[in-house]
Design a protein around this ligand. Structure first.
Ligand SMILES: [Mg+2]
Length: 357
């Protein structure tokens, strides 16, 4: 795949520009300016359950056509990377299996680094967990629906790896508890409390890990986002100069991007909403907000205070208004955008204002 700017790269000249403050910076094909590699979260960004998020596939394929490499970093450990890649390609996305990385792969790599080759690992989660262990030279053990067999699996295991899978049953959790109580290292692929499903959000791996934290009084080593492991592995693999993380969760995707020193887009098609920003220190806000992934094809709208100290927003744009309203203490003024629909909102100036008044 190609990387870097296309020969007819983005140009700002000749476009309509707002005639009054605030300083908006409209530019087409902006994503090419701010990214050479997109690192996509998947659940809530590209798909929800089996179905594509509206507009996501077309927008991403357009970006791929502009020379941006598409990669994926998912905390969802339930399926192996090639199966995730098949799902994405069935939805129409142009992405290679090697550009899909799961938290199960990163967690298995971690265990392979701390255990002798051929060690046994109790695997709690979907097939993606067991397959990742096998790929890294470890032997996955599964608990069966039998107390004695579950206890034997806990005894035989050298460690426990826990990742999301809708197949997880009480016997798996009981075997996990025994492995932990018997002092085996405990690794979790991720701690997402929820996973988006077509009928609403459902308990994620973090919720199941929380159950064992409560019953054992212990905590696992966590590998997935917001740890920077997945993002750094993709950066290394692709040689990205301007990686841009796109996610629907602040506590995993956005925090993970910041931990990896990367910029992030918070897209509002998944489990969190713009109101979740209100609970956070603005210093931890994402760099950009997008209503959906079409925003990556439109202008960037940078919100700044003008000379009078007023941060202005597009009065016709609900999203932009909401960003301002939850930013306590900032008066709101109107502005006319050259393209009011679906801008990519650049939050960095407001963040700076708050951190260094
Ligand atoms: Mg997500």
């Amino acid at each position: 795949m190609t990387r870097g700017l296309p020969s007819d790269g983005p140009k700002a000249q000749g476009q309509a520009v707002a005639t009054a403050p605030p300083r908006t910076r409209p530019s087409h094909r902006v994503a090419v300016v701010i990214a050479d590699v997109l690192i996509l979260d998947l659940d809530g960004v590209v798909y929800i359950g089996p179905d594509a998020v509206p507009h996501a596939i077309d927008a991403l394929n357009t970006l791929a056509g502009q020379g941006i490499r598409l990669t994926a970093a998912t905390n969802n450990a339930s399926r192996p990377a090639p199966e995730v890649g098949d799902h994405l390609r069935r939805l129409g996305l142009r992405i290679a299996d090697d550009d899909v990385m799961t938290s199960a792969q990163a967690a298995a790599a971690h265990l392979a680094a701390i255990l002798p080759a051929g060690s046994s690992v109790l695997a709690i989660g979907g097939p993606g967990v067991s397959i990742a262990l096998t790929e890294h030279g470890l032997i996955p053990l599964r608990a069966s629906a039998d107390l004695a067999a579950a206890s034997a699996a806990a005894d035989a295991a050298d460690a426990l790896l826990m990742g999301y899978g809708p197949q997880v049953a009480w016997f798996d959790l009981a075997a996990g508890q025994w492995a932990i109580d018997r002092g085996k290292p405990w690794v979790a692929t991720n701690m997402d409390p929820t996973v988006p499903q077509p009928y609403g959000r459902a308990p994620g791996n973090g919720a199941l890990v929380g159950l064992l934290q409560r019953s054992t009084g212990r905590d696992p080593v966590v590998i997935g986002k917001p740890q920077p492991t997945l993002f750094r592995a993709i950066e290394q693999r692709t040689g990205a100069a301007r990686p841009l993380v796109i996610g629907d969760r602040l506590d995993t995707d956005v925090d993970g991007a910041r931990a990896a020193g990367m910029r992030s887009v918070f897209v509002l098609t998944g489990v969190q909403s713009i109101h979740d920003l209100a609970d956070r220190d603005p210093a931890t806000w994402p760099d950009f907000i997008a209503q959906d992934l079409r925003a990556l094809l439109g202008p960037i709208v940078t919100l700044e205070r003008d000379a009078a100290g007023t941060a202005r927003a597009a009065d016709a744009n609900v999203l932009t208004d909401a960003v301002i309203r939850i930013h306590a203490g900032l008066p709101v003024g109107p502005v006319t955008l050259p393209e009011a629909a679906l801008p990519l909102i650049d939050l960095a100036p407001l963040r700076r204002d708050t951190v260094s008044p």
